[in-house]
Design a protein around this ligand. Structure first.
Ligand code: AMO
Length: 424
């Protein structure tokens, strides 16, 4: 078993090969038996022929249940009828783990509903379509990191337990931290600002938690956010960075995940970009001024601008968090330096320029009904040399959902945590 190679590599070999994986399907025609063996890289046919295949091996090829794990040693040969044009004639087959009756169908034609699939997510991860989604997600994370490493951003590790709210106080999960009350982080916001103001440009992929009670196809309660914070930057620079990284990520997925996109029947294109101010968006969608975009508004925007990241910028100060810079650094400015990015009918990102001026920050905290005393350390962090800075957060699951053409965020979350689900 030490010589085991991946199925995709077996296709390139001649002579003896060892492979191991899951039984995708079997067919028994009496004198000839087939097993389709699957691993994460592909599927290969194992063909046993009565009289040619060793008797015991031929006998063992019967009755192996689907999804059992087997090890096969044999000779790889060209075969016109076999999928991919090759098959393995086995000398040895070892059943490593026999699968019991499957509680859900894991074939590509599975009609099992999503909630049931999620109850058995460990088994759903055997499905090729599910695997395609998470291979693409892995590429999204990889290319996000690659993009910012190349630009010399520093990857940071924010804390996941915090002592006070960073996005307003409504949606925190409390945790007991020895004698103190604490919360699961709802954003790395304050920490990434501290790093940007001391070390410079930074990025991270980090879990965050939101105790929002709504149960929709676009919300989960444990989210992976891909965040950046740029020193000496404004809203425009932050949006451009977002445009560039999403184009890069999509380009890398198109280049490296061809088979996965094909399996998911997605015709992915590098997005175009449209910049609209909040005021222009209100006019264009005939919305009521002073309100957040509804899911319906977001869908309308994406229908107007298909395959496009729409940046809605310069939001009313009232609608943005306390840390977003009001225009002109004036506490009473109606508009702010904050933006949202809409792609595929969903808000995938928000961000903007931050307030790096302690007095203004205290005023904004008060205007949002928050107590500056609870943010003392954060406000103080801007007292000892802090440049202006800007950044954003891009939801990993929402981006995966859009890239993979899915209609429920849970499909794009390996082990979703939602209002009703805490396991597996
Ligand atoms: P915001 O709260 O808009 O901004 O979150 C940023 C992005 O994170 C994702 N997201 C979610 N995805 C699924 N379910 C949820 N419940 C959920 N909540 C958030 C979305 C969203 O666009 N600190 C700011 C960002 C910043 O200014 O840097 C923040 O967290 O994709």
């Amino acid at each position: 078993m030490e010589n085991r190679i991946l199925v995709k590599d077996a296709f390139k070999k001649k002579g003896k090969v060892d492979v191991a994986g899951w039984v995708h399907n079997t067919r028994d025609l009496n004198k000839i038996k087939f097993i389709l063996l699957r691993d994460v890289s592909g599927i290969i046919q194992i063909t046993g022929v009565k009289g040619k295949t060793p008797d015991k091996v031929f006998k063992d090829m019967s009755g192996i249940t689907r999804e059992s794990v087997i090890y096969v040693s044999g000779t790889i040969k060209d075969s016109k009828q076999a999928p991919g044009g090759k098959e393995i004639n086995p000398d040895k087959i070892e059943i490593i783990s026999k699968a019991e009756d499957l509680p859900i169908d894991v074939s590509d034609y599975s009609k099992t509903e999503l909630p049931k699939r999620l109850d058995y997510r460990f088994l759903d991860l055997h499905r090729q379509k599910t695997q395609a989604i998470f291979k693409i997600q892995s590429e999204i994370c990889n290319s996000f990191r690659e993009f910012f490493y190349k630009k010399s951003f520093i990857e940071m590790q924010p804390p996941c337990i915090i002592s006070s709210a960073s996005e307003g106080g409504t949606d925190l999960f409390p945790v007991k931290y020895f004698e103190k009350d604490a919360y699961l982080a709802q954003s790395p916001q304050l920490y990434k600002q501290m790093v940007a103001c001391s070390m410079g440009n930074t990025f991270m992929i980090t879990p965050i938690w939101r105790a929002e009670k709504h149960n929709t196809t676009r919300h989960i309660n444990e989210i992976r956010q891909m965040d950046i914070e740029i020193a000496f930057a404004n809203q425009e620079i932050a949006m451009k960075e977002h445009e560039d990284v999403v184009k890069y990520i999509v380009g890398q997925v198109i280049k490296k995940c061809k088979d996965e996109l094909k399996l998911l029947k997605v015709d992915l294109k590098i997005p175009k970009v449209k910049y609209l101010s909040y005021d222009e968006t209100v006019k264009s969608l005939k919305m009521k001024y002073g309100e957040d975009l509804s899911p319906e508004d977001e869908r309308k925007l994406s229908n107007k601008y298909p395959d496009t990241i729409v940046f809605v910028h310069s939001w009313p100060t009232k609608l943005k968090p306390f840390y977003i810079m009001p225009k002109g650094a004036k506490a009473d400015a109606k508009l702010s330096e904050g933006f949202d990015a809409i792609y595929g009918g969903v808000e995938i990102c928000s961000g903007g320029q931050r307030i790096h001026l302690p007095d203004l920050l205290e005023k904004m905290l008060k205007s949002k009904g928050l107590n500056p005393k609870n943010f003392k350390e954060y406000v103080d962090s801007f007292r000892y040399g802090a440049p202006h800075h800007a950044g954003w957060s891009l939801g990993l699951e929402r981006l995966t959902e859009i890239i993979c053409g899915l209609d429920n965020i849970r499909e794009a979350t390996m082990f979703p945590r939602d209002r009703d689900r805490l396991s597996p």
